[in-house]
Design a protein around this ligand. Structure first.
Ligand code: PMP
Length: 284
């Protein structure tokens, strides 16, 4: 079934959507994006996603495509037009179209594209069973805090996991886990402390990460923000990852070693439930 997508001011069937071949998103990956989840017809963590969008735009000296109220209205219109109650809304801003040149063109007008993806997020078989991951060197650039569309390193990593019969990849640099191919990585130590890498340019500042850490601290769970190794993760009581599309996802195996009991652990399961309930209460 064809979706209605948004392209530069127009709502059109996906087959009719058009972007210039000179668009810098296409030529240079000169574009940033956000993915917001929709549950029970509500946008989750929308303000957080808008804050990060502005930060990414600012870091790349890219113009704002429009104000936040307009962006929110487009999200809601797409939900209505596509009858989306559960799934994802993808938003991409590019620097716009200009004759090919590495320097940012002064006159380019940003392109804005949004589309929906219907998806079952709450009752996911992966969340029930847990996922198996492998580790791989992080070959991405040094500004992973900017949410750009240059995702080929992550796509290559995910393909490697698929070929190995596994579900995802945690990436490592200088001996420590940076993050997952499209998520933030966590372990729970044998004494029950939740550990996740501290924020820097080495990782994306996950919106779900911020919300889940807030939930954990409110529930009196101990949280430490520091790097950890794959060896520490393999010996941990639990492991999990977070993202807007997976919420809290238990990891049950790392590089062939079962983590903890080899089944989704109590901390990950509890955090998933608290996060979903909290996000639904504050979502609209
Ligand atoms: N790290 C990377 C590399 C990601 O691609 C994502 C998801 N886009 C995340 C972390 C999680 O971020 P969020 O919780 O905002 O979806």
């Amino acid at each position: 079934m064809s979706r209605i997508v948004y392209v530069n001011g127009e709502y059109v069937p996906e087959e009719a959507a058009k972007i210039s071949v000179f668009d810098r998103g296409f030529l240079f990956a000169d574009a940033i994006y956000e993915v917001t989840s929709v549950l029970d017809g509500k946008l989750l963590d929308f303000e957080g996603h808008m804050r990060r969008l502005h930060r990414s735009l600012g870091e790349l000296e890219m113009a704002e495509p429009c104000d936040d109220a307009t962006l929110e209205a487009i999200h809601r219109e797409l939900m209505t037009r596509n009858a989306l109650r559960e799934g994802l809304i993808y938003l991409q801003v590019t620097r716009g179209a200009a004759d090919r040149d590495f320097l940012y063109p002064a006159e380019a007008v940003p392109s804005l594209v949004l589309f929906t993806q219907a998806k079952s997020l709450r009752t996911s078989p992966a969340a029930q069973a847990g996922v198996r991951i492998i580790s791989a060197p992080d070959i991405r650039w040094g500004r992973r805090d900017i949410k750009t569309v240059q995702l080929l390193a992550s796509a290559m990593a995910k393909m490697e996991a698929k070929k190995a019969g596994k579900d995802d990849v945690w990436m490592t640099e200088d001996g420590f886990v940076t993050e997952g191919s499209s998520n933030n990585a966590y372990i729970v130590t044998q004494d029950g402390t939740i550990v996740t890498r501290d924020l820097s340019n080495a990782i994306l500042h996950g919106i779900t990460r911020a919300a889940v850490l807030r939930c954990a601290r409110e529930a009196q769970m101990k949280v430490e923000e520091r790097p950890f190794t794959i060896e520490e993760a393999r010996g941990a009581a639990e492991a999990f990852f977070t993202s807007a599309s997976s919420f809290v996802m238990p990891v049950i195996e790392i590089d062939g070693t079962p983590v903890g009991s080899g089944a989704p652990g109590p901390v990950a399961r509890r955090l998933r439930e608290i996060y979903i309930n909290t996000a639904l209460e504050s979502g609209s």
